[in-house]
Design a protein around this ligand. Sequence first.
Ligand code: SF4
Ligand code: SF4
Length: 301
Amino acid sequence: MADGLVFNIQRFSIHDGPGIRTTVFLKGCGLRCFWCHNPESLSTLPQVQFFPQKCIGCGKCVEVCPKKAHAIDANGRREFRRELCRHCGRCVDVCYAEALVMTGKHMTVSEVMDEVMKDKLFYDNSGGGVTYSGGEPLLQREFIKELLVESKKNGLNTAVDTAGNVPWEAFEQVLPYVDLFLYDIKVMDPDKHRYATGVNNRQLLVNLQHLASCKANIWIRIPVIPGVNDNVPEMRAIADFVECLSGVEVVELLPFHRLGEGKYESLGMEYKARGYNSPSDEKMQELAEVFEQKNLPVKRG
Ligand code: SF4
Ligand code: SF4
């Protein structure tokens, strides 16, 4: 059986599809949305997060690192040269202050299923199930297919949360095992999309049209990002596209937030959405009305 790289398994999730769900987050993403609140999802490798405020300067990490990535100078100043790190995990194991945390763990399909099945009763009572998210879960193609096959064998409702920027074959191979796709749309204008996410939106829009023509159940998810799509013309362009698709059950508008900011620092990454504010309630309502006017069922996250 395949194994894959998982960075989180979140039980009792109520925002990733219907009912109570377990959301399994797979590592790796081809997009670089500058506001991403899961920066630990982007890399396809495990990563060490460093939280300097928790460090007690014990020096254990310095002793065990075979790559000399950690250092403490004569003044007690701490240095972590993460470019040297080969993610062996030794420093994480000896850091009792939990200033070092490994994000990303290789798991087998049966290990993931053991976790997921713990809450089967809650899924059955709430109409929930399991959601595979990321990053972009369809990048780990063999792994997600096997996870979905096992999920269906275990009688679970399945959802896949995707940005769609993968070859169509990645959808084709999971299609029979997915009850619901949560499909992100950011912005329709290709140049703006490239600026905001680092990639062109052609492939993901074509895949979405194709998915709809296959009679898949789809929830559209739109993160509302200041300066990118928080205006009526942009939302109207998305609504025009969505109203031509069959199988769209809900359009969800998800307001930008800065909850992921601290994670960027812990990973040594630049946070490019610093200073951005969440859209107001009035703004979210104004944007929701664009979809209501077209009789598209819209939900605000
Ligand atoms: S092991 Fe942890 S607490 Fe000790 S110096 Fe290293 S990072 Fe700091
Ligand atoms: S994970 Fe291994 S290589 Fe990376 S910093 Fe820690 S001990 Fe060094």
